[in-house]
Design a protein. Structure first.
Length: 253
């Protein structure tokens, strides 16, 4: 495996799932990719899977029952993209594993119990910094942070940075932050320019910015990625460019 990338932000509504889904889909054009959905909302799962998956075949089984992740993989309509789906029952995981001595390591251990034939793993994290998100950080080699140029995004960055530093110090010294990706980006607003410098005090920003376009919501309504729905769309092209930036960041080490 070349990299396991956690897509995370403690704030919701910043394009986290959109980024995870399109990064996974773009990488799968040349590589074998596994998308792990650990967000209780299961939005990423709903895009690629038609029907509800039994609880014992979701990521819940890895976190609670310590099942090998390889046994929970589902194929998608994209031959190079597999998924481990989420479930609403993830809402109870924090309370179930918070006192366990291996509580922070459930996901990473499940990923190594049996070989995974994937070049890249993308983890769509929940919009919080609880046990499940920390599990993702412990299991990952890299982190990407989708965010908006807004005051609340800046507030969340401080907490996220603190959590990442704690994980890097105590549990996963190899974890690296690839950068922040600005989503729903509008370069014409004053707040966009005013927030850039404060954001970069916490995290470096990818050169590629993701525009705010209705095509994303239209695609998700059709249970498609933007690459499937409207491949010539500006957002589709921006996510392809972002993917190339991500690959260069991984190669730099």
């Amino acid at each position: 495996m070349k990299a396991a990338i956690a897509v995370a932000n403690s704030k919701g509504g910043v394009g986290k799932t959109t980024t995870a889904v399109h990064l996974a889909d773009a990488l799968s054009r040349k590589s074998k990719v596994l998308l792990i959905d650990i967000d209780v909302q299961a939005n990423a799962s709903s895009i690629f899977l038609e029907s509800e998956i039994p609880l014992e075949r979701t990521v819940y089984a890895a976190l609670k029952e310590k099942r090998p992740l390889a046994q929970l993989v589902h194929g998608t309509r994209n031959a190079n993209l597999d998924i481990v789906p989420a479930t609403i029952h993830l809402a109870e995981i924090d309370s179930l594993i918070s006192g366990a001595i291996d509580g922070f390591f459930r996901l990473s251990e499940s990923m190594t119990m049996q070989p995974l034939p994937h070049d890249f793993v993308i983890i769509d994290c929940p919009p919080n910094l609880g046990m499940i998100t920390v599990n993702a950080f412990v299991a990952s080699t890299h982190v990407i942070v989708p965010l908006q140029t807004a005051k609340f995004s800046l507030d969340g960055l401080a907490a996220l940075s603190s959590t990442l530093k704690a994980v890097q110090t105590r549990y996963n010294t190899k974890l690296k932050t690839l950068g922040g990706v600005l989503t729903m980006y509008n370069p014409r607003t004053a707040i966009t320019h005013a927030m850039m410098e404060p954001i970069q005090e916490y995290i470096s920003i990818f050169e590629t910015k993701i525009s705010r376009l209705v095509a994303v919501e239209e695609a998700f309504l059709m249970k498609q990625t933007v690459f499937e729905y409207e491949p010539s769309n500006r957002v589709a092209q921006e996510y392809l460019a972002l993917t190339e930036e991500v690959l260069r960041g991984i190669e730099k080490g």
